[in-house]
Design a protein around this ligand. Sequence first.
Ligand SMILES: C[C@@H]1O[C@H](OP(=O)(O)OP(=O)(O)OC[C@H]2O[C@@H](n3ccc(=O)[nH]c3=O)[C@H](O)[C@@H]2O)[C@H](O)[C@H](O)[C@H]1O
Length: 504
Amino acid sequence: MLATLEPSQSRKYCLVSTLESSLIIHLFSMESSNVLHVVMFPWLAMGHLIPFFRLSKLLAGKGHKISFISTPRNLQRLPKIPQELASQIELVSIPLPEVDNLPKQGETSTDIPHEQDQFLKIAFDLLQSPMASFLENTRPKPDWIIHDYASHWLPEIAAQNGVSAAFFSLFTAAALSFLGRPSAWLSGEDGRSTAEDFTVVPKWIPFPSNCAYRLHEVRKNIEDASGNESGASDFIRFAASIDRSDLVIFRTSVEFEPEWFNLVRELYKKPVVSLGVLPPSLDDDDELETDEKWQKIKNWLDKQTANKVVYVALGTEATISQKEVQDLAIGLEQSELPFFWVLRKPPGSKKDVTDMLPEGFRERINANGQGVVYTEWVPQVKILSHPAIGGYLTHCGWNSVIEALGFGRVLILFPVMNDQGLNARLLEGKKVGVEIPRAAEDGLFTSTAVAETLRYAVVSEEGEPMRANARQMTSLFGNGKRNQDYIDTFVRCLEERKISNFLA
Ligand SMILES: C[C@@H]1O[C@H](OP(=O)(O)OP(=O)(O)OC[C@H]2O[C@@H](n3ccc(=O)[nH]c3=O)[C@H](O)[C@@H]2O)[C@H](O)[C@H](O)[C@H]1O
């Protein structure tokens, strides 16, 4: 079902209710029925829409009503709603206001260059009023709103409408531990401002750790912090979303990163829960792909030797330079391993992305059959599940890492932006992957280093303990009972309306 949110009339805000009073409102309002009305409001990026949609389906599968709010194009990009859940999930279309410097079609981070993300956030921030109207007027009255880091303004609007707000972290506890105490960011005490400041392991990490950025990883984020046109850097958005929400939900495996999960609970001093890793299941219709595309890809994979193909994919936002594309390409070729490379066109680019490849590269790999360069959206979960896959060269986006470890795939770590550098430190520390060696200052690397790292991870004898460790991860990241238990516990807490359960 699809509804459209009209920009609202001006509205009078009642006094901001405190956490306690909004919880009391919340508790009384729901005694009457066992069915929750949960509003889902993800940030405008495919890596956020997909897990929010997956959680929506899980909650709807438990009998609850979902209002999934996003922009018109984003709602069209979602996988179809399973027939049996159609009456419970309502897609609420909220038009994105036009703002300067944001291309008309730019509705997700996937569609626009990284430097325009700040204009997308300006447009996103203009959704405060229609969102407030929705929470005030929709019926049945929402019990919860589950939101993302970018809508740091939302917890206050939710509290004013007696709706409990839960910040849904799609990031590792390790990455968010690096951020530190949210209050320190909001008060200015945190003090980190230069790129160099973020290359230092924070003092509040009480155990040995290398959790810090390399200079080349953090430069993009720092530009955002200082020069962000939206007036609120991502660091501030994270801090405010965590600080002002009633509950923080982590999409992670506590058994995988227990020390970090305990640390965020210490840092946040508020209800923090894990709902497990929310693993995709193969029969999930999360894939945005038609079957014939998958059949063609599968035919190529079926011809490959088991556990030897390197899957190369850098998510839906990261873009790399032509030099980096060329060094990766030569490195893949020199590794002599078969590979399936999803090469994404930089958003806004008019050029054919394959023009970025080295001279003659495509001709050579087509002639010898070593690899495939694919330039469109792929059914990634299906590819990772194929027995031919021997390793995943990844940007360390958390959705993709979860998917790869769910199938026990060893990781070749090539972080680009956002939290990815911190994820790479975590994953190498947990011995499920190895970083491609890069110069700390500028991120330069050689194709020889790519080839050597690939062979070490995928075929070398010395790499077998790491591969075995990655294979073990299917129990934590796969579709088994453990993740189901997390979900059941989490949903029961929401249903029992007992925030106190989260405080345990
Ligand atoms: C949480 C945050 O989300 C962001 O998402 P991004 O898209 O970059 O990467 P993923 O998290 O791997 O998410 C990408 C998602 O898109 C799916 N996919 C992608 C390309 C394709 O062709 N086909 C697909 O099915 C993929 O299976 C995964 O589920 C940031 O990186 C951030 O670092 C990360 O931690």
